[in-house]
Design a protein around this ligand. Structure first.
Ligand code: ATP
Ligand code: ZN
Length: 220
């Protein structure tokens, strides 16, 4: 039984690049969201649904474990968190939060393809996605994990190259880095728990998914 107290739970990013659009989608699907007594939980007044507002990194696990029934998260975060256990299921792409995980190098690095990174150090916040890419390309490189400010790594000589999320490319340009390879294309996705909600909430969940799907296709 996944949901407590007879209410569905939807996990959304509390603040950050996906937060506003996630809330918009929920509202456009007809859910009237009101702030609860605390910041972590928003309530929906016209359905037995709560929004759990958390760090995006926590969303895949909450949904995989059935702590939340649905979630809105970047594919990049979902993919990085994949493991051997039960995973959240992707319901549909949502058409916002688009970005690309790219390999970028300073102009001083003589770049002629992924093999130019053989034996080099690469800084990233996405070590698993990067490792998979490097394995597929047959490149042996050291990965340095940085939680933020990845783009400064080459200047500080922490790494020869970086693998980072890019949307406009302005950050790379500001740091004198050239994007070279696309490692992963991402956008926000709706995910659902593999275990499903308690039986009494199953129909509600399906109808919410249906409405969200309608909102997304109308925006297509
Ligand atoms: P949190 O505090 O929730 O952990 P965060 O700092 O990890 O937030 P944000 O920067 O808010 O995350 O980005 C959330 C998601 O937005 C990313 O995981 C990605 O899917 C998407 N995104 C879209 N464009 C960009 C971009 N230019 N840079 C980084 N992420 C982007
Ligand atoms: Zn995060």
């Amino acid at each position: 039984m996944s949901t407590v107290q007879g209410r569905l739970r939807i996990a959304v990013q509390k603040s950050g690049r996906l937060a506003d659009r996630s809330l918009d989608l929920v509202r456009d699907a007809g859910l009237r969201v009101i702030k609860g007594n605390n910041d972590l939980l928003y309530r929906v007044e016209n359905y037995p649904i709560d929004l759990l507002r958390v760090r995006d990194d926590d969303i895949p696990t909450f949904v995989a474990d059935g702590v939340c029934d649905l979630g809105i998260v970047g594919e990049n975060v979902l993919e990085e968190g994949r493991n051997g256990g039960a995973n959240a299921e992707v319901v549909m792409p949502l058409g916002f939060g688009r970005c690309t995980l790219k390999l970028a190098v300073p102009p001083t690095l003589d770049y002629a393809g992924p093999m130019s990174l053989n034996g080099k150090r690469i800084a990233t916040s996405y070590p698993r996605i990067l490792q998979r890419y490097l394995d597929a390309e047959g490149v042996k490189a050291d990965i340095v994990v940085m939680r933020g400010a990845v783009e400064v790594a080459p200047r500080l000589k922490l790494a020869s190259a970086i693998c980072d999320l890019v949307s406009t490319g302005a950050t790379l340009e500001a740091n004198g880095l050239d994007a070279r390879e696309t490692v992963f294309e991402s956008q926000a996705v709706l995910i659902r728990s593999p275990s499903g909600p308690e039986p009494a909430l199953a129909n509600l969940l399906e109808s919410i998914v249906e409405r969200m799907s309608g909102v997304v296709s109308s925006q297509g």
